[in-house]
Design a protein around this ligand. Structure first.
Ligand code: HEC
Ligand code: HEC
Length: 232
């Protein structure tokens, strides 16, 4: 018969062995999900067709967006919570892109890849009244997106510091019109859709102009050969 003390030590040992295994499994999992491979590089290249670093492509520039937010959104597109509305043509396009991700473990890899890239300067495409935009931001946005647009993961609210003006403007209008944030299981999207109701296009322009000016991407330097696009 084992003495009580030996049995107790035995149990403790098993406990620690288990914790140790769990840790090494977790490490292994982390390693696998961030490992590059030819297949994964090809997948990234397929995303970059629409999400490169040239502005105003089909999709927004993803460089420097938060890892957790990218993961969330890619998963939403994959499960059809976002990107399933044929009326929202740009979202629908991305829904098709997302279906090319066949492995669950590719999602954290893609999120990590884009989040670790440097953000790039953007052209200021949206003009507005900065003071009116600031007042509106303080009243209607600051509680979730923060004083400097830094976002708040606890409120699943992303940072607004890496958005191109055109994409920002377009998404605000989509939220307002229920073209994004329409799915019953899209918790964050529905919150944001409610937060943008009753904003006019003028309000949105002021908001976007303020956010981009106050804490957005630096302005790209235009050359003569690359004239400024017409403001919206
Ligand atoms: C055919 C073009 C196309 C391809 C390919 C594509 N996307 Fe997109 N993506 C878009 C468009 C357009 C949007 C904007 C959707 C909208 O208007 O809501 C978007 C949006 C996104 C967003 C949301 C960004 C945000 O700020 O909310 C993420 C994340 C994303 N794409 C990741 C990817 C990844 C990862 C891949 C590769 C597996 C990919 N996309 C492939 C067109 C594409
Ligand atoms: C109650 C909290 C809340 C408030 C208030 C709020 N937001 Fe959001 N916002 C969110 C959440 C949550 C998301 C993520 C939506 C998703 O998951 O699709 C979001 C997403 C966004 C996005 C999409 C970013 C992207 O990369 O596509 C923009 C732009 C945005 N908010 C701007 C604003 C502005 C401007 C205001 C003020 C008018 C505002 N939000 C007010 C919670 C909020």
């Amino acid at each position: 018969m084992l003495s009580r003390q030996t049995a107790f030590s035995f149990l403790i040992a098993i406990f620690f062995i288990q914790v140790g295994c769990q840790q090494s499994n977790q490490e292994k999992y982390n390693e696998v999900k961030l490992q590059s491979s030819e297949k994964r590089e090809a997948l990234v290249a397929s995303c970059v067709v629409c999400h490169g670093v040239q502005e105003a492509q089909r999709g927004p520039i993803l460089n420097g967006m938060e890892n957790w937010y990218l993961r969330d959104q890619i998963n939403k597109f994959r499960s059809g919570i976002r990107g399933n509305n044929p009326e929202n043509r740009s979202e629908h396009l991305m829904g098709i892109g997302a279906r090319s991700i066949s492995e669950d473990l590719d999602v954290p890899y893609l999120a990590y890849w884009f989040s670790s890239k440097e953000p790039v300067p953007a052209i200021r495409t949206i003009r507005g009244d900065l003071q009116l935009g600031k007042d509106l931001y303080q009243r209607r946005c600051v509680s979730c997106h923060g004083e400097n647009g830094e976002g708040n993961q606890k409120l699943i609210s992303p940072s607004l510091t890496h958005l191109e003006g055109w994409y920002f403007y377009q998404q605000m209008r989509k939220f307002r019109e229920g073209k994004r944030g329409y799915h019953p299981r899209d918790e964050g999207g529905r919150v944001m859709s409610a937060a943008s109701k009753e904003l006019s296009d003028y309000d949105i322009k002021n908001l976007v102009a303020y956010c981009v000016d106050a804490f957005g991407l630096p302005e790209v330097e235009l050359t003569k050969a690359d004239p400024s696009p017409k403001p919206f």
